[in-house]
Write a protein that binds this ligand. Structure first.
Ligand code: ADP
Ligand code: MG
Length: 863
């Protein structure tokens, strides 16, 4: 999205907020428009845009002269509306990726200038005796990592597996590899204090230290004089701080403004929310900044650039300087020097788990070379190749681990279930609706899987509300009819959801003569004992529960199928634990379900151990949920709308803002909101409340009342997020919508639109950032979970998106799960290797096997 249009929008919004007093911009709207027009003309992408720019110019030039605030409000509203239409229009056009900013190419002349500048600086620095003392020892890192991600993308886009640049000479005499496992304190000059700081960064042994990679690199070859900066480019600048000022904005965030000059020119630099900088950045300080050149009111600026104090060694070590992650008490200067020593001494000792043949065939550096060049890159190309090798390793180990798991699971037999099941047929025929084609197809796939004596291991993925539960139910009946006392279990992430599944399934299955049991952590002692007995003696055939199912002391008589709902809420360990509840000699079939839609290729790579079914058809009659983002001042309209729906006999949810710091505060806030709504807004309606701090029978009771229509409006915190199904509810208000992630908002919204009636979702943000704005707009524009997932991936990056803790994957230091080229390469190589040597038993694979184990063991720590 073009910057100038965004900027106009924020200025107009601010102007509206401030009551149309022509105060949104210093100097007045007219001044702003003068700057704005030329940039906007450049950024306009079609005729409509150009017309809009001219119209805006005309309307706003005389803004100050308009008679009264109403006239101004009309103009502002009209323009805002046009901007909204523009966004919608752009979204309809095929999305084209904005080209990455051109990598800055330094012209020859500039390079000379830069080199001269470097020499001058070297001289100056050498003359500053107290320089080394002014080290950034206790320099705290509050950096955002956004810029780094951009860098990574650029580097990865360049992947085509070309041969790496020639290897550089590493010291010949490598120390004994066994020494790599020594604690970092074995390194000369590293005592317990530094040792504990390094541990904070994740390195306790020398080996781990070698894998403590720079978080970015300052490339002195793309260093530019300030007067030659161009809008949008990513550059490094060396300069002297002239002045520093701090102020607070309306949200009470500290904003630091600095002016930095390098002799050729000066530039305004702004840091948001980094109050501590005021004590660090002093006039006269020489710094290196790296970031993207931005524009504000027509002038070039830096926003939130990375920076550090200039030091002599950076200038001398060569063009590419590694910047390591920082921790309080360990200065970057110090760390860099230490790492250099460690890498030079120990890098060559690293044994390479990949066979030489493979490295050669795939154009990969050998490991010691790759590690060395990651820390001390000889050139940009060498760095790319070095990173590529480490990335390949990570993805390869990931794939080998997953394939190994699949191999192990499949080695144990499962009980084959008959293809036909009268129980299942009866169940399907008594449903109040007919199955969709997709549901039938997948039930067929599952039945075929379960008929084999190899355990099924299938992922059922379908958007919120696609009807996964009934597919699971059919599979459960297939299992139950397989043998006397055969059982099926369904594990859900929350008590509310388990309870709901239990109710729903009981209604449908008890008439078939089956016994269902609910097992959750909050059962009373007697009820729990009875449940455990029924599970153990096989009298309960269908068991629904939470994590309580996998606790010790829960013994199944004969578990034939384990279903895991909302699987992303569980770690691998928990999924494995349920699988282990099978009878001694047999492994149960496993079906995991997820509403997180991910591209198929990605799913294959991520869940390489699973087969995959996509429930890609919604039950008929579903209408799009109409989603509107309301301004806070339109809240009353939202309430009136809720009232209207309730009068028609429908029900509503009000979701309270997320409070990340504490469940307790969140619960208190929810109670307050509930009271406010009940007393002031809806005194005549029946309100209910659920939040995370309620006892589970209280939660259950509220849900039951809501389900039975005894409550009109349910006020809830995020506990309501997954799975809850009350088809009569047609409107949801989400307060503090900006605080939730896209996937979560989509999940919330999926609580309405489950029946035949047109449903609505009203979003209210308590603060907006450009990113929140994008999320909420995306939600307004589409109901398609798949599209939203892609948007989410784009906005948050893969790490956040998948939530490593929840997915139970090992930590990936450099690799990205969206890097399809490398993922596919790794997958293909892993497949070949496993086919040739299933247990990695051949001597040349021994080291590899060891690394796979260690890599996956690290995943165990986090899930
Ligand atoms: P999810 O995939 O999100 O778990 P559910 O299984 O909770 O979705 O189903 C959502 C709603 O759709 C439920 O009320 C369910 O009864 C209903 N449903 C499921 N399949 C069909 C169908 N084929 N026709 C009509 N309604 C269906
Ligand atoms: Mg569900």
């Amino acid at each position: 999205m073009a910057q100038s249009f965004n900027r106009l929008e924020s200025v107009l919004q601010l102007e509206a907020k401030q009551g149309y007093k022509n105060t949104a911009v210093v100097g007045g709207i007219r001044q702003f428009v003068n700057f704005w027009v030329s940039q906007a003309r450049d950024e306009a992408i079609d005729e409509a845009d150009r017309a809009f720019v001219e119209q805006t110019a005309e309307l706003l030039t005389d803004y100050a002269k308009l008679p009264g605030w109403e006239a101004r409000a009309r103009v502002v509203d009209r323009l805002l509306e046009k901007l909204e239409q523009r966004t919608a229009r752009l979204a309809r056009q095929t999305p084209t990726r904005t080209p990455a900013p051109q990598t800055a190419r330094v012209e020859r002349r500039e390079k000379v200038v830069v080199q001269q500048r470097v020499q001058e600086l070297e001289l100056e620095l050498e003359n500053e005796e107290d320089w080394e003392d002014a080290d950034d020892e206790d320099y705290d890192s509050d950096y955002e990592d956004d810029d780094l991600e951009d860098d990574e993308e650029d580097i990865e886009d360049a992947f085509e597996l070309p041969p790496p640049p020639p290897a550089i000479d590493l010291p010949r005499k490598a120390p004994n590899p066994a020494g790599l496992n020594q604690p970092v304190t074995a390194i000369h000059g590293v005592g317990p204090r530094i040792g504990s700081l390094l541990a904070k960064l994740g390195a306790t042994t020398i080996w781990e230290l070698l894998y403590l990679f720079p978080r970015r690199y300052d490339d002195y070859s793309v260093m530019k004089p300030i007067n030659r900066l161009q809008y949008g480019e990513q550059v490094t600048v060396i300069g002297t701080v002239w002045e520093v000022r701090a102020r607070r904005n309306r949200h009470n965030q500290t904003i630091i403004h600095a002016v930095v000059s390098d002799g050729s020119g000066k530039i305004q630099v702004t840091w948001f929310n980094q109050a501590w900088l005021i004590n660090k950045l002093k006039a006269g300080l020489r710094i290196v900044m790296q970031g993207k050149v931005d524009k504000y009111l027509g002038r070039l600026v830096f926003n939130n650039p990375e920076w550090e104090m200039l030091s002599l060694d950076s200038l001398r070590t060569g063009t590419i300087v590694p910047i390591y992650p920082l921790t309080q008490g360990l200065g970057s200067h110090r760390l860099r020097q230490m790492m250099r020593g460690v890498v030079e001494e120990w890098g060559p000792a690293l044994p390479d788990p990949l066979p030489a043949e493979m490295c050669e065939r795939l154009n990969l550096y050998r490991l010691p070379q790759a590690i060395y060049q990651n820390h001390l890159p000889a050139s940009g190309e060498a760095l790319v190749a070095a990173r590529r090798r480490v990335i390949f390793d990570e993805l390869f180990l990931l794939q080998l681990g997953m394939m190994g798991q699949r191999r192990d699971w499949q080695a144990e037999p499962a009980r084959p279930c008959d293809l036909t099941s009268p129980l299942r047929d009866q169940f399907i025929s008594q449903l109040p609706y007919t199955l969709t084609n997709a549901q039938e197809r997948i039930i067929g796939e599952i039945t075929a899987d379960m008929a084999r004596d190899v355990p099924m291991n299938r992922l059922l993925q379908g958007d919120v509300g696609a009807g996964k539960t009934v597919v699971a139910a059919a599979a459960m009946l297939t299992a139950v009819s397989a043998a006397p006392h055969a059982q099926a279990a369904l594990m859900a992430p929350t008590e509310i959801l388990a309870e709901q599944h239990y109710q729903g399934l009981s209604e449908l299955m008890e008439p078939l003569g089956l016994k269902l049991i609910l097992l959750t952590g909050s059962l009373g002692t007697v009820a729990k004992r009875d449940a455990l007995t029924a599970i153990a003696d096989g009298s309960a055939q269908i068991i629904v529960g939470t994590h309580a199912l996998i606790q010790e002391g829960v013994t199944f008589a004969n578990l034939g199928l384990a279903v895991i709902d909302e699987q992303h809420r569980f770690g691998v360990d928990q999924r494995a634990a349920l699988r282990d509840k099978g009878p001694n000699s047999l492994t149960p079939h496993v079906l995991v379900m997820s509403a997180t839609p991910i591209p198929r290729t990605l799913a294959l790579s991520l869940y390489g151990d699973l087969d995959f079914s996509a429930l890609d058809e919604m039950p008929p009659g579903r209408q799009e949920i109409k989603t509107h983002w309301l301004r806070p001042r339109e809240r009353e309209r939202g309430y009136a709308f809720v009232r209207g729906q309730v009068q028609k006999g429908q029900q509503a949810y009000v979701i309270c803002p997320l409070v990340e710091e504490s469940d307790k505060i969140e619960a208190v806030a929810a109670v307050e909101e509930y009271e406010r709504l009940q007393n002031e807004i809806f005194p005549d309606l029946r309100l209910g409340l659920v939040h995370g701090k309620l006892k589970s029978d209280e939660k259950e009771e509220a849900m039951r009342q809501f389900k039975q229509g005894e409550i009109d409006v349910l006020v809830a915190t995020s506990v309501i997020e997954v799975g809850v199904d009350v088809p009569n509810s047609t409107v949801m208000i989400i307060e503090g919508a900006n605080r939730f992630g896209l996937a979560q908002l989509h999940q919330f919204r999926g609580r309405v639109g489950r029946g035949q009636h047109q449903s609505y979702c009203l979003l209210i943000a308590d603060e907006t950032t450009p990113e929140a704005e994008e999320r909420l707009t995306a939600l307004e524009e589409t109901n398609d979970g798949f599209q939203l997932a892609e948007k989410d991936l784009e906005l948050r990056g893969p790490g956040e998106f998948f939530g490593r803790r929840q997915s139970g994957l090992p930590e990936l230091k450099l690799a990205s799960l969206t890097d399809m080229t490398m993922l596919q390469l790794a997958r293909q190589e892993a497949e070949q290797l496993i086919a040739a040597d299933p247990y990695l038993e051949q001597p040349e694979h021994a080291l590899l096997q060891e690394r796979v184990q260690a890599f996956w063991a690290s995943a165990g720590d986090v899930s």
